[in-house]
Design a protein around this ligand. Structure first.
Ligand SMILES: Nc1ncnc2c1ncn2[C@@H]1O[C@H](COP(=O)(O)OP(=O)(O)OP(=O)(O)O)[C@@H](O)[C@H]1O
Ligand SMILES: [Mg+2]
Length: 469
């Protein structure tokens, strides 16, 4: 997929009659094409060299030049340009020759609008087909259609970093029993890669169970993981399988592993090491065979130093470590992601977008994306809703109101947790402590934001202090 693929078709009319080129240009302009007019061969070549023309409407007879020679030349210099020949005399020989030299169609003068329209629509259909083919070939989706359909969306990227990560994920898929730790800031795609590993592995037809460790209340966590026997505690009204058992022969994805209560970490470690668990209230051990993938945006080594995470569990999880860098460190991925999200949302909300202004790519490539890919996705959806035309312009991406682009150096040299705290503080300031806006920028729910603020002791105050200073 490339940027050009979603732009309107550019048509060059090369004819010595100025009235004719003007008239056709107006007609094309009103029909949603981008017209260019040239009345001499020289001007025609100049336009072809500076603009990515899709379609050339070429008069067979130009003063001092033979249309067929121009056709041959254009096809060899610009093989992607389609040509419609215009002949004044309906001269069959010329028509046959021009088709032989690669003309897509021909028209006879005097031209009728309806003929031009039919010819251009036919060419347009052909060009769209070509563009679709090019999109399929060039699509920066890293995964196959089969996995794409399983994980619910495609995984886009063309940077060396994301390709390297994809290769690591493939390796992880090959060794179906090793544990994998995926780290990266919020919204970088940790869950997508966990699913890719599962669906590329031999376990793909078995269960992929995702559990967010911060979402289960401490009182229930043990029974959620290990299951229980009926009557083993108040509320255990029937036998219940735990997550390890449910994911037998499949993959258990432990998201936000840093939030796993310390006292449970040793039990989880034992379950992973021995692949043996016992339901609460039961005596009979069971032996589920699951692969564990854990993810976090915290620095687990630091948490080990702070005695909040067990070193032995970290070593166990870390058999293979995949770190997904933030989007700002791989700006090459922004354009393909933006194009992909634009196509997705314009289809979803039935609002065709045919063009994305170059300035939008430039703006986004400079932006720091604190909320990473999730933020880009949200920004794109909002831009499409805001857009009043068939194109996306800089004004549709009001980055300044949600925090101005930040310099890279603001984020380097800090570990993941400090980074997160920093990020939340900075974004709070940028958004004037409006939590709804902050959660939108960071791409997390307001509830998750509040939870993180509580976890890191980040004050909600400041507003008055700022105003009084
Ligand atoms: N390479 C990618 N191509 C396309 N979409 C992506 C890619 N990476 C992430 N996304 C999209 O970005 C969003 C966030 O991805 P995901 O949930 O996997 O991130 P995460 O790292 O698990 O975030 P969190 O830490 O907040 O849980 C999702 O909508 C996902 O589909
Ligand atoms: Mg996640």
């Amino acid at each position: 997929m490339n940027r050009k693929s979603i732009m309107p078709i550019k048509v060059l009319i090369l004819d010595d009659e100025i009235d004719f080129t003007n008239e056709i240009s107006d007609y094309l302009q009103n029909s949603g094409f981008v017209p260019f007019a040239a009345n001499t061969t020289q001007d025609g070549y100049a336009i072809l060299s500076k603009n990515e023309i899709d379609l050339l409407i070429l008069d067979v007879r130009l003063p001092g030049a033979n249309g067929l020679d121009i056709l041959k030349n254009v096809k060899s210099l610009y093989p992607n340009v389609e040509v419609i020949m215009v002949s004044a005399h309906g001269d069959m020989d010329t028509v046959i020759q021009s088709v032989r030299f690669g003309a897509f169609d021909y028209l006879r003068k005097p031209l009728r609008y309806i003929d031009i329209q039919i010819a251009i629509e036919r060419t347009q259909k052909y060009l769209h087909m070509q563009q679709k083919l090019a999109q399929i070939e060039e699509k920066y989706s890293l995964i196959t259609n089969e996995i794409e359909s399983k994980i619910g969306r495609h995984c886009i990227g063309k940077s060396a970093k994301i390709i390297e990560i994809y290769e690591l994920a493939k390796k992880a898929a090959e060794y179906e029993d090793i544990s994998v730790l995926i780290t990266g800031e919020s919204g970088t795609g940790k869950e997508i890669f966990a699913k890719i590993i599962h669906y590329m592995s031999k376990k793909k037809n078995n269960y992929f169970g995702a559990v967010n460790c911060s979402a289960i209340p401490d009182s229930l966590i043990e029974s959620e993981f290990f299951g229980h026997k009926k009557g083993s505690f108040t509320g255990a009204i029937s036998d219940k399988k735990g997550l390890f058992e449910i994911c037998d022969d499949g993959t258990l994805f432990l998201d936000e592993i840093a939030d796993m209560p310390f006292n449970l970490q040793s039990k989880i470690l034992r379950a992973i090491e021995e692949k043996e668990i016992t339901r609460i209230g039961d005596t009979k051990p069971i032996h589920p065979r699951f692969r564990l993938i854990a993810a976090t945006n915290c620095d687990l080594h630091k948490m080990v130093d702070e005695k909040k995470f067990r070193l032995d569990l970290l070593h166990r999880l870390n058999t293979l470590h995949i770190h997904i860098p933030p989007l700002r460190e791989r700006p090459e991925d922004i354009a393909p992601l933006l194009i992909d999200f634009t196509e997705e949302f314009s289809q979803k909300i039935n609002k065709p977008i045919e063009y994305i202004a170059d300035e939008v790519f430039e703006l986004l490539e400079k932006y720091s994306f604190p909320g990473n890919i999730r933020e880009l996705r949200n920004l794109t959806e909002r831009a499409i809703i805001l857009s009043e035309s068939k194109s996306l312009e800089v004004k549709d991406f009001p980055l300044s109101s949600i925090g101005s682009p930040k310099r890279k150096k603001d984020y380097t040299g800090v570990n993941l947790k400090t980074n997160e705290v920093e990020l939340i503080r900075k974004t709070l300031e940028d958004c004037d402590f409006n939590q709804t806006m902050v959660s939108e920028v960071l791409g997390i729910s307001r509830y998750a934001l509040i939870r993180k603020m509580q976890k890191y002791n980040i004050d909600i105050i400041k507003k008055d202090a700022r105003h009084s200073s």
